[in-house]
Design a protein around this ligand. Structure first.
Ligand code: GLU
Length: 447
């Protein structure tokens, strides 16, 4: 466990929520507090404005019942939320997650992190997160549509292109965004970019689907270049089989890496020679059909190992792209013992506190999600500007813009985190995000 310094300890003893019922939020707040409280203390304006104390308390939390009728005509009841973290630098912005694990603690931690991530992009994006404890597993297309429509009936009054712009997250992809957008448009009676991640035929941006995974790899390229190395020939292990994981895999393969593992909750798909594009596309197709990845066709030379994790494969580069706290202290030790040189987070807060401490002590490059996976929300920002302009960019233009945004984020983080020839990405990302938010919050007065 981490030992808390006195400033962090004092800050954490006076949080405006019940810490026992918000373990994920406490973890996220501690990570940021440890990095930024000294900056806050040393800046009279930031300190007087109590910037961090204000940021840990979101602007609003909207919480609502979502009642809907399932395929058997039975009424189902779920909970829905939107946590609107900060609007200081732009409209609230962040994804929607549909998963049985969703609760207020998870969404408050994600909204808090999102404020800092979005600030790092340099774009005018505030921070928010939302979703529901609805479990889409095994639900029919019609049930998914009905749930999305019922969810949006409750959420619509609180969002809009200049107010709050949700997008996808776990289990909310292009299909769900389509239903959510249709329901919003019908209720609002206007056509506008109130959601991102839309389909190309009705206002979406090229490259939004690829952006998060590609962005993780673009950022990691810079971190590797700082160490005079690259993806070429490296063993890369990736957890997850969703949008972020598979697009990170595709880009890493393009850069000459050997992607030795992808995974889901039941085990790991391992391929010592490196998965091919075809194998990754098979994983995408299985996921789209709600099927497992435990029966890979022989042509892909991949084996599914039940119960295994990608971290057992002695990777040079680890990309956790599944979910929060998926990688614990023991798994981090396995990575360290296996010679891992760099870990970049495709998911939001995928490392437990113990895992993060182990990497820090072993001096392994650790790139936090708020920097590494910011490419997704950055292209959402580009989707918003394309919607405002009513003009679209082609895929190459968006990809170049994404690359230059990831380069800029790397520069901002490196500036704050450089220590000799090493960069502390965790501290650098927290301070760089904080500074932008703090300046905006101070400038706008006491709200
Ligand atoms: N859910 C994604 C994230 O964690 C994307 C959010 C967005 O595009 O608004 O950043």
């Amino acid at each position: 466990m981490n030992r808390r310094d006195a400033l962090t300890h004092a800050f954490l003893s006076d949080l405006p929520f019940d810490t026992d019922s918000h373990p994920n939020l406490v973890q996220a707040v501690e990570d940021i507090a440890r990095a930024v409280l000294t900056v806050e203390k040393n800046n009279a304006d930031f300190a007087a404005a109590r910037v961090l104390r204000r940021l840990v308390d979101p602007d609003q939390i909207v919480s609502f019942r979502v009642a809907w009728e399932d395929a058997n005509g039975e009424v189902q009841v779920n909970r829905g939320w939107r946590v609107q973290g900060s609007q200081a630098i732009g409209p609230y912005k962040g994804g929607l997650r549909f998963h049985p694990s969703v609760n207020e603690d998870i969404l408050r931690f994600l909204a808090f992190e999102q404020c800092f991530k979005n600030a790092l992009t340099g774009l005018p994006l505030g921070g928010a997160k939302g979703g529901s404890d609805f479990d889409p597993t095994g639900r029919s297309e019609a049930e998914i549509m009905r749930f999305c429509q019922a969810f949006m009936r409750k959420l619509a009054p609180f969002i809009g292109p200049d107010r709050d712009v949700p997008a996808g997250d776990i289990n909310v992809g292009p299909r769900e965004i389509g239903y959510l957008f249709g329901a919003w448009r019908e209720q609002a009676g206007i056509y506008g970019g109130a959601l991102t991640g839309k389909g190309l035929s009705y206002g979406g941006s090229e490259m939004r689907v690829e952006a998060t995974g590609f962005g993780v790899v673009y950022f990691t390229q810079h971190a590797l270049a700082e160490q005079n190395t690259s993806f070429d020939g490296k063993r890369v292990a990736i957890s997850g089989k969703g949008n972020v994981a598979t697009h990170a895999a595709i880009k890493a393969i393009d850069l000459g890496a050997r992607v030795v593992a992808l995974s889901d909750t039941s085990g790991a798909l391992i391929c010592e020679d490196g998965l091919s594009h075809d194998a990754v596309q098979w994983v995408q197709a299985q996921k789209a059909q709600g099927a497992g990845i435990d029966t890979p066709p022989a042509a892909y030379c991949a084996t599914f190992k039940p119960g295994a994790t990608p971290w057992d494969t002695e990777p040079d580069i680890a990309l956790p792209c599944a979910t929060q706290n998926e990688l614990d202290g023991d798994m981090a030790q396995t990575l360290i013992d296996g010679g891992c040189l760099c870990l970049a987070e495709g998911a939001n807060m995928p490392l437990t506190d113990d895992a993060a401490t182990a990497l820090r002590e072993a001096d392994i490059l650790h790139i936090p999600g708020k920097a590494a996976n910011a490419g997704g929300v950055a292209v959402s920002g580009l989707e918003m500007s394309q919607n405002s302009h009513r003009r679209f960019m082609d895929a190459d233009t968006v990809d170049s813009a994404l690359q230059s945004i990831m380069t800029d984020i790397h520069t901002r983080v490196a500036e704050e985190g450089r220590n000799g020839d090493r960069i502390d990405y965790v501290t650098g990302a927290n301070i760089a995000g904080y500074r932008r938010l703090a300046k905006a919050i101070v400038a706008q007065g006491i709200l």
